[in-house]
Design a protein. Sequence first.
Length: 372
Amino acid sequence: MAEDIPSSSEATSSSTLTPANMIHGESNPRLCTVLLNEFNYLPWSRAISLALGGRSKLGYVNGTIKPPDSSSANFDAWHSNDQLVMSWILNSMEPKLSEIFSYSDSSHILWESIKEMYGSQHNAARVFELKKSLAGLKQGNQTFIQHLGSMKSMWNELDLYRPHTTESAALLKRADEDKVFQLLASLGVEYEDLRSHLLMTPELPSFVNVCHAVQREETRRKVMHVEPRSSPEARAFTSNHNFTSERFFNGKKADWKCTYCNTKGHVREKCWILHPELKPKFNKEGKMIRDGKGFTPKAFQSKEMSNFTSSPFSLINEFAAFLQKKSDIAEGNNVTTENSTEMLGKFAGFLANSNTTTSGNIPGSSHSEEDW
């Protein structure tokens, strides 16, 4: 009966529908050592096609082996083989990419989805990267075989994107593209955004259009006063320099200028060159020696206390001068509360113990006949 005679396509499919558990080498979950990433679709697809062809399973991905009806006796065998091919392909991709395509319904849909996303034959960005890598490739510490292998792999991938041709139009277009690649590679880091934009266009612009785009970008940067990009180290140094300048020249202190050393930021009375005793001291750890809220140089303390006289009239004058000086330099933290207390205590003790000074010895403190 006619319904019992299988069609040619079904016969072909049936001859290739070997159960998955009978496939030789099924224990290997990966078809090739090259894993698919965003840039190597062409060499990867070539390796996968060879591996599937050697296992008589290429028809599952290119669509020549059609899925039988779900009620057919061959459906289970086809479905088993199709799932195995899918696992081979997914295991031959980088994990981050395999997660994207892991829910495909069949190996054919999976293959077409990968091709649609990464199979563009006009990948100018990848061609530019390959040419730039080849131009800067050095042997370094590699052996000659390793160095040659690195160059050969890039040459092979470049041939996949730009296969050999004798057509004059294609050769002229490639020559124009090579000029564009050389020009973009020579631009500075400030044109990185423009370079990325031009390389990611579906069709690489001509050399003339690229030159116009670079000129427009240069004019825009001049008009907008765009600063060139700098390295992270330079930006950190500039930021630290500005922060330091703001710390020491903030507010009214920026207007101060020493008349002795002609340096801004302080006045003559607080100049460390003119008054070295005012310069702060530091310990071995580099920390400033402080006493309470401020610090008092020892030389300044000894000098002040040694100048203290025992004459009551000189004592009063010197104490007044001391208070005036304390008021002038208090902001610089050069006189501490302890030093002031010591001076006041000495002055009070001197007055309390002074029994030789009477009111009669001070003119105007008593009444006499001459006053009348």
